[in-house]
Design a protein around this ligand. Sequence first.
Ligand code: MD3
Ligand code: FE
Length: 212
Amino acid sequence: MQGDLLTIITPEMEELAPGIFLFRKYVDEALFYNVVKAAVAQIPFRHMVTPGGKRINVAGISMGDCGWYSDRRGYRYELKDPITGKSWPPIPGDISQIITVAAAKAGFPNFIPDSCFINKYEPGVRLTAHIDQDEVDFDQPIVSVSLGASAIFQVFGEKRGGKAFNIPLHSGDLLIFGGPARRVYHGVKKLEEQNHPLTGNLRINLTFRKAL
Ligand code: MD3
Ligand code: FE
């Protein structure tokens, strides 16, 4: 009974700061993780390199009409995987629909992602502060889904330094960044060793974007 009351009074979405919307335990984790496993069966996770030649410790692959890519030639979206020459696996329609519905709830109607970047964090891996600026239209939000091990997501501001606003992200959480929050510096703290029933010690994050 207590649980039912809590479900009734807990809002499904919270606006943490202007343009930052958090939906706790929003997605079906097994559904999303099965999609990740199917994509990984097509293209294994890989470590790209920065234009400066540094290995990116977070492994990543893409689904959709285009995929985020980085190598000596720069950061960009690619229509085909430059390594295999193949198209990226499509974003399944039911997944895309779930993302569109969540974005609409946060005030972004008709958000249709054309790219989903899948990040894999192993224990000890962190994501240094950065701004996502390879997309064409900054009026489009970015929708992220976290699976498996928990991590602390950090929001800085217009500048890289200073005190961070910390958001712990757990499996099934969905986070939307749009409007004024779209251009902020953000990162992920070093992943602690954990044992999650879905993924073991891994954290998987999916970012859905309208990139082109
Ligand atoms: C705020 N991923 O892939 S997701 C990334 O948890 C990335 O793997 C993090 O940052 C992760 O680029 C954070 C939430 C997120 C994604 C994109 C953003 C927040 C954002 C773009 C602009 C501002
Ligand atoms: Fe980012």
